[in-house]
Design a binder for this molecule. Structure first.
Ligand code: NAD
Length: 446
């Protein structure tokens, strides 16, 4: 592969300042690794190092006290060779262009891996949503769509929920886009409330999809519900659902955490009771105090750092990126990591985990259930025919299991780790689509 020279160890991106040591620089290393194992054209490899389009906007919001506040927002369409851009919108204080671009990069590979007719995109707004009222969040969500309306659309780039965004916000965004276009356009956003054209099973799809991957992969290592302990970092939309599925199937979930802290119970945590508590109080913090819920078990308080280092069989990072790094990877004692979050493990940490014989099942495979049911939602919106929950879940399971087995076969055939196999699988599909438009060899032969 020939690449343009760059100063920071990763590809330089025209018009976008990406710093040395950035998330995107690290994300690109996964591509570099996988490129060694695929026979794809130089053209395709080169194109995938750069985002197709990046947009930065400022969103003015009238606050409840009458003041005007400006919030920075972003949308990146990384690649759309295989179809319109597809990716969530994140509301978080740490959102930057670097992060959004990395998330859009991962979406590109995830959609190809699942063979969805989408490219990769992502968006975000830099703010702490917990500091805004509901009315302010609605004005912000509608303002974001005002700012990026020319850049999105059902055939251009389709939005979805991500960290700290939910179905109601997706409904506001779809509604605002429909107002701008003067026609109802449900397919511009997925993850909407079911009554506004959302799909059955979308709000549980990421966690459920991850569970299907675990159900398929763990028995290959003789790990079954009765002999497998699990720790879950992040107890939001994705983490809560995967913990619930595992609990129902008989796995022992011994630790969970959220941004305020975590709980540990070596006998196994009563997950439905915790979900009930969290839905009422919006935090796990009260679980380790003297409130009635503590009577449900011997839950001890632990920190997120302690959770990551627990002696469990399976560790599930389901919060944010950069949680397992070169600073703490050697403390990880789990034997299998299933990445429900996007980008929770750095490239340097990957090498340390591999040297310890720990299997890492990567984000672009494990958390792909969300975008898969988003695809089903988009199909239903465009056809006008809506499916029942069973049909959605059966189709989800079939797709997740089929692609996971394909990735697993590549790990065996090429003797590579699961992450590299997942990128190889996605890269083959991406390059096939890119090469269909013509390669250097094609034009030189003419
Ligand atoms: P969410 O906002 O519903 O939940 C995030 C959870 O992480 C919350 O419980 C929060 O308290 C917790 N958290 C935040 N910082 C933490 C920290 N430092 N330590 C421990 N916990 C922390 O978000 P989500 O939708 O569940 O997304 C979680 C991850 O899954 C993200 O990486 C997201 O990109 C990824 N993901 C989500 C979807 C989806 O459909 N929601 C799809 C694919 C990937």
């Amino acid at each position: 592969m020939s690449g343009r020279p760059h100063a920071n160890g990763g590809p330089t991106v025209p018009g976008v300042a990406i710093m040395a040591g950035s998330l995107f620089t690290d994300a690109s290393k996964r591509l570099e690794k996988a490129l060694k194992y695929v026979a794809i054209s130089d053209d395709a490899g080169e194109r995938l190092k750069y985002p197709k389009t990046s947009l930065s906007v400022s969103i003015p919001v009238r606050m409840d006290d009458g003041s005007l506040k400006i919030f920075p927002g972003y949308r990146v369409r990384y690649d759309d060779t295989r179809g319109p851009g597809k990716g969530g919108v994140r509301y978080h204080p740490n959102v930057t262009m670097d992060e959004v671009q990395s998330l859009a990069f991962w979406m590109t590979f995830k959609c190809a891996l699942l063979n969805l007719p989408f490219g990769g995109a992502k968006g975000g707004i830099t703010l702490n949503p917990k500091e805004l009222s509901r009315a302010e969040l609605e004005r912000l969500s509608r303002g974001y769509i005002e700012a990026i309306a020319d850049f999105i659309g059902p055939d251009v780039d389709i939005l979805a929920p991500d960290v700290y965004t939910n179905e109601m916000m997706m409904g506001w965004m779809m509604d605002q886009y429909s107002i701008i276009c003067r026609k109802i356009s449900p397919a511009v956003v997925t993850g909407k409330p079911v009554t506004m054209g959302g799909s059955q099973g979308r709000n549980t799809a990421t966690g459920t999809g991850a569970f299907y991957i675990m159900q398929g992969m763990l028995p290959k290592f003789d790990q079954y519900p009765e002999n497998t302990t699990v720790a879950v970092q992040g107890f939001g939309n994705a983490g809560m659902v995967v913990a619930q599925c595992l609990y129902q199937d008989g796995y022992k979930v011994v630790a969970i955490s959220d941004s305020q802290g975590g709980i540990y119970n070596e006998q196994g945590i009563d997950i439905p009771a915790v979900i009930n508590y969290k839905q009422q109080h919006r935090t796990l913090a009260g679980m380790y105090c003297d409130q009635a819920i503590c009577d449900l078990g011997e839950n001890q308080q632990i920190s997120n750092a302690q959770l990551l280092a627990l002696d469990v069989d399976v560790l599930i990072p389901a919060a944010l990126e950069n949680q397992i790094t070169s600073d703490n990877a050697d403390q990880v004692r789990a034997r299998y990591i299933f990445e429900v979050a996007n980008g929770p493990t750095t490239t340097a940490a990957d090498d340390i985990l591999a040297s310890k014989g720990i299997y890492v099942f990567p984000d672009i495979l494990v958390n792909a259930g969300g975008v898969t049911v988003s695809y089903f939602e988009w199909v239903q919106n465009r056809s006008g025919l809506y499916w029942g929950a069973k049909e959605v879940n059966d189709r989800l399971k079939e797709k997740m299991v089929e692609e996971a087995e394909h990735v697993w076969k590549i790990t065996q055939d090429l003797e590579v780790n699961v992450r590299t196999a997942a990128y190889v699988h996605a890269l083959n599909r991406l390059s096939e689509a890119m090469d269909a438009k013509g390669t250097r060899d094609y034009y030189q032969d003419s």
